[in-house]
Each structure stands twice: as C-alpha cells, then as structure tokens.
Design a protein around this ligand. Sequence first.
Ligand code: GLC
Length: 544
Amino acid sequence: MTRSSYKWWQRGVIYQIYPRSFQDSSGNGIGDLNGIIQRLDYLNDGTPNSLGVDAIWISPFYPSPMADFGYDVSDYCDVHPLFGSLAHFDHLVQAAHQRGIKVIIDYVPNHTSDQHPWFIESSSSRDNPKRDWYIWRNGRTDGGPPNNWGSFFGGPAWTYHAPTGQYYLHQFLKEQPELNWRNPEVRAAMFDVLRFWLARGVDGFRMDVIGLILKHPELRDNPPNPHLPPDLLPNDLAARTLMVHNLDQDDVHEILRKMRQLLDSYGDCVAIGELWGPLDRWVRYYGAQGEGLHLPFNFRLMDEVAWTAESIRASVDEMEAALPPFAWPNYVLGNHDRIRLATRFGGQAQACLAAMLLLTLRGTPTLYYGDELGLENGVIPPEKLQDPQGLNLGAARSRDVARTPMQWDASSYAGFSSVEPWLPVSADYETRNVAAQTAVPTSILNLYRRLIWLRRSSDALAIGAYQPVDAPRSCFLYWRSAPSERRLIALNFSDRVQQVQAPGLSNGRILLSTHLDRTDRVTAVLSLRPWEGLIIAPEEGIHD
Ligand code: GLC
C-alpha cells in the first residue's frame, strides 16, 4: 500500500487546541475561534515555515457555565459567546479546509451541564418526560447515596436533589449530571448532535470519557480498592474503589458501532475516544472487526510509563502486539488534563527527545498546544487557581499548570491577548515564544517543524512498519520500514554519551538530530550525545 491509500488521520499529525488559551482576538483575556483562525498559518501554511499539522482538535467551545471550563455543556449545538458564534465556527472550518487542515471537535456525551434545558426539565419533577434522561435513584434505605461510587473530582458521585427527593449521578462535578444512555431518546438526541456538526463540515470527534457512557444496569457498588494510594485524600472517594461497574460495560461497543456507521456515512470522519484501561479491554474499542473507534487514545506513554528507554520500548511493543491487523496505533504525550510534557520528562533536552519519539513511532501523534515550544508547567498563585479538580483535590492536582496562554511573542501577555489573560502567562514568555524560537535554528519549535515535515515527506515515517532492535541500556532503537524506504531512529535516554551498534546499518546519513546541528554520515557504530535522538537514512548494506 502506498501512503496515499492510508486515511488522513493515519498519515497525519493532530494538534490539540485548548481554545481559552490559544489566541484572544476579542480583548477579554480568553481565547476564541477568531483567534484560532488568525493562527492557522502558524499551524500549516503549506510550507516548512509552519508547523505542518494535518488536523486540529478543539476542546469544547459550546455554551457552558464553565464549571469545568466547557466540559459542562448547556447547549450542544451552539458556540459560547466568549468564543464567538456559529458563523465564526463555519468560517473556521472553511479557513482550515482551505489550508488542508481537518477540524476535529470535542463531543461530551457522558454528562451535560446542570444548566442544560434537558436537566432543568428532568429535575423539575419525578414524572417529567425527561426524568429518565438522567440517572436518578432513591437513597439507600439506611440513608446516604444509592451506591459507593465516588466523583473523579472528589466527594460522592451522587447529589441529593431535595425538591424531588432523589439523588442524581455525576462522576465529575455536581454541575455535570450524567445522561442515561440506556434511554433510546437520549441516544437519538445525542446522535442528532453528531449530525448537526457533521452537516457543518467537521472531520471528526474526540469523544470525552466515552467509556463511561454506560454503567452497570443495576448500578452496583464497586469493590474496594485493595491498593490505596499512599497520598489518598479524605474526599477522594473514587480512588477507594475499583472501577468495575461505572465504566467499560460490554454493551457500549454496540453504541460506538452505530456512531461509527453514522460518521462513515459522512465520509472520512475520524472517531477518537478518551479511554483508559488494561490493553485487552482498551483494544476492544477498535471493534472486533475494526467497526468501533478509529483511534482509542493511547495514553500509556503519558500516564503509565517511566521515562526510560526500557519501559518506553516495553509499552510500545506490548501495544503493537495487542493490536489486531486492522487497528491503527496512536500516541499522546500531553493534553489539557496532565502536567506539561517538558516538566514531566525533566527538561528541554528530554522534551526534544520526546518530540522525536512521538513523531517517529508508528501511529497517529496528537500534540498539545505549547508543547512544541517546550512549555513547562505554569506557576499559578493560589488566588488565581481556576481548575475545579485543583480546587477540590488540592493545588497539586490542578490542571491549570498545562492551560496557560500560548506564547506567541515577547510583547505584553505574550501576544495572546491585549489584557490580562484568564490564567497567568508563564514567566519565561519573553524568550520562550514562537517568534523568538523561529529565529533560533536549533530551537525546539524548529525541531518540531523539521520532524513533522520530514514525517510528511517520508513513507517510512508516515506509514512504515515498526521494528525495534536490541540496544544498550538507556537507548531505544527502531526501524521504520516502508516498501520504498527505511529509516533508523536512535534515541539516547541518558545524560551520557553512548556508542551504539546499529544492527542492519553499515552506512547512513543523519537526516535529523534532536540537536539540529549535524547531518554527517554514520557507520554501524553510532555516537549519541546526552539525550540525543537521530533519524538516519541507510545508504547501503541494509540487512534484515
Ligand atoms: C475529560 C476531559 C476533562 C474533563 C472531564 C469531564 O477527562 O478531558 O478535561 O474535566 O472529561 O468532562
């Protein structure tokens, strides 16, 4: 198969935009859709001066009281005035498509806002026709909530509603009541939401906590967690139980199959799901024959793996081995719910190596805005804390650190806004910004650009097979092989110089170093500087 016979979401690179923090065009300190339009050329203007991404995924921009910064939707079919209007959205889709950029939007099916008209109706009386659109139950006979489930944001997953004398389920904030996907009317209404955006020309959806939409029909108690984390907070009830009955129910796959059919009927639209779980459960989200999600997000390198060559290789190999032939891999190293990649991996050199890893593995990479600048965790003074997870579970759990404004240039507020932004701009913005890094040939931004454009021009990197090779401690080496070309990737996850024997290579040329300062020829023994990664094109003598 040639590169062109692969789908755009297989060949391409996805870039996540957290719209509050990308570009403010209206002067209120909060990013908006117009701001994204203004920055599209940065993302891809068709030349290697731009980042070169193929798709943007935009986190929620819907009307919302913003209890969870847009993941509490009060109208699925409109745009919050803070972000613009449907007309701005249509313009964004058109402007993105003109540049060959696909548009993926966030779909939040598990819960609405408590201000959504559906919930207002549902909570108005026990016999309201929409009562069963949400999950209402009586308390236990001995008092207290219907079961022992906890909210991921702290406290119980149930809130008592005095006017109607029942509890409703919310595994996030009490302002995020959960829809009852066992009710066919809910399914129909939520499928209509997909149709609404498909008709406006979107190219796919990132489905928020999609594994949660069905719970056990009897809402059974979860078993206790025998391995309580040492730093367990008193109100972290979710961590006290094993997630058995509140997510990953077998019948969810039937719903995903139908969603997929709907998307397929609109062309090459991608279905991406936010999912966790052990590999054997996770892989089922592709569907038994590939009729499920195209890309169940793979968070293993972000969430589970120590930053060593050995554990990263083990994770990649296990995932590759678990995939059926029809399933396409993908990798995520950062998003709006985790600390910044450069902070987690220990610095800028490590962030550069992470970039090469992410953009040379087999499978679709998803980048998080600002990681291409090596942004580190923002420092948020306690009085500026915004994230409800941080407010409820302690500042150490605040996701604000990864949501600070994009740093465009050295002007006030980093070129993000003309007024003080909703979260503080990081102190390093005068040097760590798009304009400054563009001018420095060896910057991490230029590394990202080179990596993405190299990937775009290379069959081996875009679609080639993945073959790891044995390497000394702290090094990770793999071939990417397409019928037309092969590339060797050699990554040094240590602060020491490493001499590495490269099996299958006798002579080659360095196409790219993470240090962006060498393109020399190499032989079978490679010399890797601390935290250096190389992409090598073999020139002769390739052995299998
Ligand atoms: C997902 C989102 C997160 C949000 C949560 C509840 O995990 O990524 O930001 O808080 O769902 O919607």
